[in-house]
Design a protein around this ligand. Structure first.
Ligand code: ADP
Length: 332
């Protein structure tokens, strides 16, 4: 897939482009309002913010919001991810180092191991952890009190979170895909930081190819910047964006080669489905998680595929997109 993996330098550049305040965070109006109320109320009472759970597909701003919360609350930001927490001791150590008002951000929290999750229960609810020191006969339980902190969890699969963990979050906030106007605003802000002359119409066109996702819009902008570095246009206009998109294999819906590969495979090999995720992953030589997190949500969102208990199926729109006669649907 053209340019799908960013280099570490680009991830760094994603870092310095992150908005720093809730006011700078574009889109998600309902979520911003709810979060704003919780933030202001906590500040007015001089309390720490209640624990927050963000859910939604990758690249929509969960990590960014967590960092914004730390800044707005005046606490430090500690970031980790569930797959990195292999032992309960790792998590216990992080928790005991937190100062009052700090934010602990755990990405992919649905992947937390059971024994780590259990440590979080008392930490989140009662502000202490019970820890077993030593082994065998000499093992003893130690109770450690924690300073008041806010846990911010992020998940792309909120359905996979256990009920006890979910219940300990006071705020459950779901991020939606972005509209074109919000994405264009994000693109224009980033273009200013990159010192690129990008017209409003060019920004809107780029936004329309961005899978309703800020991370994708910024990734495409960085690719456009590459082309602009070489071609040196006076200003970047829609025609230039079109050329870049063609060269990157991004079509008018924002689909890339892998998306199209998935759709063609479903149509041609499986007569439109149902087909299982594992089969698709094996056939296109991608990880199941990559398909499930980076490709499917958008294909589902724009209605090209549907999910059924038997597997994924190509929708009537999906067939139309591939140029197949929708009337063939029943026989496909
Ligand atoms: P997630 O944690 O949901 O995968 P991130 O918070 O890492 O997503 O966001 C990906 C990129 O998109 C970051 O560079 C971030 O600055 C940018 N971004 C996401 N949402 C917004 C937004 N609402 N306004 C401005 N930039 C955003």
């Amino acid at each position: 897939m053209a340019g799908s993996t960013d280099s570490s330098k680009e991830i760094e550049s994603e870092e310095w482009i992150r908005p720093e305040t809730l006011a700078e965070f574009v889109g998600q109006p309902k979520l911003r309002e709810r979060l704003g109320v919780a933030l202001q109320a906590a500040k007015a009472r001089s309390e720490t913010l209640d624990h927050v759970l963000f859910s939604g597909p990758p690249g929509l701003g969960k990590t960014t919001l967590a960092a914004i919360l730390a800044r707005e609350m005046g606490g430090r930001f500690h970031s980790t991810s569930a797959p990195a927490l292999t032992k309960p001791g790792d998590l216990a150590r992080i928790l005991t180092l937190l100062e009052e008002g700090d934010i602990l951000f755990i990405d992919e929290i649905h992947r937390l191991q059971r024994n780590c999750e259990e440590i979080l229960y008392s930490a989140m609810e009662d502000g202490f952890i019970d820890f077993i020191l030593g082994e065998g006969m000499s093992a003893r339980s130690v109770k450690l009190h924690l300073k008041p902190f806010t846990l911010v969890g992020a998940t792309t699969r909120s359905g996979m979170l256990s009920a006890p963990l979910r219940a300990r979050f006071g705020l459950h906030l779901k991020l939606d895909f972005y509209d074109e106007e919000s994405l264009a605003t994000i693109v224009l802000r980033a273009a200013r930081i990159y010192e690129l002359q990008l017209s409003q119409t060019a920004a809107s066109l780029l936004a329309s190819r961005s899978r309703m996702t800020p991370r994708e819009s910024l990734r495409l902008l960085r690719r456009v910047r590459d082309y602009a570095t070489l071609a040196r246009p006076q200003s970047i206009e829609p025609g230039f964006i079109e050329q870049c998109m063609t060269s990157l294999g991004i079509d008018t819906l924002g689909l890339n080669e892998t998306d199209r590969h998935i759709l063609h495979l479903m149509a041609e090999r499986y007569r439109g489905g149902p087909v299982g995720l594992r089969t698709i992953a094996a056939l296109i030589d991608e990880e199941e998680r990559t398909i499930e997190e980076n490709h499917e949500p958008f294909l589902l969102r724009i209605g090209l595929i549907e999910k059924t208990p038997q597997g994924r199926v190509l929708s009537a729109s999906g067939r139309r997109y591939l140029g197949l006669d929708p009337l063939d649907a029943a026989t496909v």
